[in-house]
Ligand binder design. Sequence first.
Ligand code: GLU
Length: 425
Amino acid sequence: MCGVVGYIGKGNAKKVILNGLKNMEYRGYDSAGIGLYNVVSGRYEHTKCIGDVSSLEKRLDDSTSHCGIGHTRWATHGRPTLSNAHPHISKAGRFMMVHNGVIENHRRLKQTYLTDFTLTSETDSEVIVQLIEQFSATEDAEQAIVKTLSLIEGSYAILIVDQETPNRIYALKNKSPLLIGRKDEDIILASDLLAMTEVAQRFAVLEDGTFAVIDTDGIRVYDRAHNAVTLEYEAVDVENWDASLGQEPHYMLKEIKEQPLVIRRQLDKYAPETTLDLPVDVIRMLRGADRIHLLGAGTSMHAGLIAKGFFENLCGIPTEVHIASEFAYHPPVISEKAVFILISQSGETADLRACLKALPRNENRILTITNVKTSTLAREGDTVLDILAGPEVSVASTKAYTAQISMLALLAAAVSGRFDAYREL
Ligand code: GLU
């Protein structure tokens, strides 16, 4: 899970993008790159490096820019080399692009549309920018991008700039997260809310299949059928988003020490007067269940193993725990009143999204428990409970794991009415 950032505004694009990339460093990456519109040369110029964002920063000069795109890469196709790092540039140099995700049909696209063409990288991503340039020979940039969008399959958060239209970014989104944030005339695009908290006051989540055109005149957003879409913005809530290291030597220690704070925050929200106050529809859904299926990957699945004890011992409801990566291949027999609880720190776990295909939809039987209430799984489940752990930067999960368990304990306590969760927690 690496990241993309794009920015257009009155501020210093280089600074905003580098800050955004730094705030997503916790996701891991092997190389980084940036493309900035240089107001003196009147062109987008790019810089890449193997290694971290501060090495990239050292290679950049002081030129002024108010628009650009940046990327941290976690190689999926091709080695972590300079030529495979993003941005990728189209052959005649007109388009520049960063991509986060995997283009599954990249080989077929190359064979069909780019015969005799030698790609400059080993990545699956480069075909996108080469296709756009090829189609732009007969169509305008926007049409060329829409045509490319109709051909690519896979997961992507893609940002594109065109030398012929400075101060404009095109964005494409499917399965990889992409958010858009605003404050006055500043517009920022990023894979993660953490990358935009310093710039944006409000933000919107882009849906799968989105195509967006962002420039100084505003934002146009379209769905797969090219119908205009109105974005729904919400305030950037920085309250639980303190991602700075503070006095601690590293994030894992900081996050371990935050565990009591996180549980107190949960109690403030879900048990404000020392009695539990959880959404009635969630309690009703679970009280009516003949079986609970807890689904998660890795650490979240382990939180599920603990919660199985809560639901069976306190509520008397038979409970099964499933590893998300297996569930879609071997779904169990689903009883009439089965309820499914999807547990995911990020709310973006791809294996859990695959599980949704095997689950009954729109029947109010799917609850998502996540740390990111704006995430894809939060929106795709029937209801959602936010574990309120704040950003977990350390890859080893500590406070999010504890918060998943305490959230599930509060839930089992509310369903059974047999456990003084407030006092115990
Ligand atoms: N699949 C692309 C590559 O290997 C993008 C990887 C990423 O998401 O960073 O370059």
